[in-house]
Design a protein around this ligand. Structure first.
Ligand code: NCD
Length: 316
C-alpha cells in the first residue's frame, strides 16, 4: 500500500495487520524512552489546513517516536495565509524530499490530489466531510482492546452524520470488521442513500438499548450552511446521549472535540463506560503503525521482535 486515502484502500486483513502492529507499538509507549529507530533519517510533513488538536499532535508524536524528522505546518502562520495554492505548497515542500505527507483539508479529495502531485506516501488526516481513515483505525483498535472482535457487535453512530468524515470512515471500517452499524439522528442530518454503505438508519433513539457501542458525533456547526435542527436545546432533548439513555453495559465513544451538554451530557463523558481518553491514547500507536506500514514496507513482520522496534539506543 502506497497511500492511506480512504478506508476503502484496506481489506479486513490490512486493517488487522495495522492494528496488530499498533499493539506492538503500545509496548514501546509503555517504556520510559518511547522511541524506536524505524524511520531514522526519513522526513514526515504534517500539513494542517483545518483546526486540529488530537490528530495533529498524535501524528507529530507518532513520527517522532519512530525517529523521523518532522515538519508541521498549519495554514495559519504559513504562506497558505498569503494565498499560496495547495499545489504550490506541495511543490515547495517536495524540495525537502519527504517520505510522507499527512494532510488535513476542508476540501473533499485534497489528499488524493496531493498523492498525484507528490512522490511521497500520502495519509488523509481528514478531507472535508469525506473521510478520516486513521480515526476509524484508532476507533477499531480501541474497541478491539475493550471488547475483542467486532463480529456481530451492534454499533450505533448518533448525531450529525451528514457533516461527518468520521462517520463515513467508521461505517466502512466497522462493517469491514463484521459489526452491524445503525445510524441515528434527525433526518436532516442523515445523508440520503447512506444505507448503501450497508448500515441501517433510525430517526429516534428508541432502540438505542440494543446497541453494544454508542458512538456519538459532534454537531459540526462550522460545516452547517443552513439551520439543520431548530435549536441545539431541542436537538439535545431528542438525541443527546446521557445517563438516562446509556445503559450500564454499553460502551461510549466520541472522536472529540465534544460539545459538552449538546451531543453528550457531562455525566456520561466522565463515566467508566466512556472510551474517549483511550481513543486519544490509541491515536499515537495506530498512527505509528500507519506510518510504519507505508514507509518501512508491508513485507516487514509484525511484532516486537522486529529490529526496528529495538530501543533507539541499542542501534547507535
Ligand atoms: C474529528 C474531525 O476533525 O473530523 N475530530 C478528530 O479528528 N478527532 C471530528 C470532529 O471534528 O467532530
Amino acid at each position: 500500500m502506497k497511500h492511506l486515502l480512504s478506508i476503502e484502500d484496506l481489506s479486513r486483513e490490512g486493517i488487522e495487520r495495522i492494528l496488530d502492529r499498533a499493539a506492538s507499538f503500545a509496548e514501546v509507549a509503555g517504556r520510559e524512552i518511547k522511541k524506536v529507530p524505524a524511520l531514522r533519517g526519513r522526513t514526515v510533513v504534517n500539513l494542517f489546513y483545518e483546526a486540529s488538536t488530537r490528530t495533529q499532535s498524535s501524528f507529530e508524536l507518532a513520527a517522532k517516536r519512530l525517529s523521523a524528522d518532522v515538519v508541521s505546518i498549519k495554514s495559519t502562520g504559513s504562506s497558505v495565509e498569503k494565498g499560496e495554492s495547495l499545489k504550490d505548497t506541495i511543490q515547495t515542500l517536495s524540495s525537502y524530499d519527504p517520505a510522507a505527507i499527512v494532510i488535513r483539508s476542508p476540501q473533499v479529495g485534497a489528499a488524493d490530489l496531493v498523492a498525484r502531485w507528490s512522490p511521497a506516501a500520502v495519509i488523509n488526516a481528514g478531507d472535508g466531510k469525506h473521510e478520516h481513515p486513521t480515526q476509524a483505525l484508532l476507533d477499531v483498535y480501541t474497541l478491539r482492546q475493550a471488547m475483542g472482535d467486532l463480529d456481530g457487535r451492534k454499533i450505533w453512530i448518533v448525531g450529525d452524520v451528514l457533516h461527518s468524515r468520521v462517520a463515513r470512515s467508521n461505517i466502512l471500517a466497522f462493517r469491514r470488521m463484521g459489526a452491524d452499524v445503525t445510524l441515528s439522528g434527525p433526518p436532516t442530518l442523515i445523508p440520503r442513500g447512506i444505507e448503501a454503505l450497508g448500515c441501517e438508519v433510525e430517526t429516534t433513539l428508541d432502540r438505542l438499548p440494543e446497541a453494544d457501542v454508542v458512538y456519538a458525533l459532534r454537531m459540526q456547526r462550522e460545516r452547517m450552511t443552513q439551520a439543520f435542527v431548530p435549536t441545539l436545546r431541542e436537538y439535545a432533548e431528542r438525541y443527546q446521549v446521557n445517563a438516562a439513555r446509556l445503559g450500564p453495559d454499553q460502551l461510549l465513544m466520541h472522536p472529540g472535540p465534544v460539545n459538552r451538554g449538546v451531543e453528550l451530557s457531562a455525566d456520561v463523558i466522565d463515566s467508566p463506560q466512556a472510551l474517549i481518553g483511550r481513543q486519544v491514547e490509541a491515536g499515537v500507536v495506530v498512527r505509528m503503525a500507519v506510518l510504519y506500514e507505508l514507509l518501512a514496507g508491508s513485507a516487514a513482520p509484525v511484532g516486537v521482535t522486529d529490529d526496528a522496534l529495538a530501543p533507539a539506543e541499542a542501534l547507535r
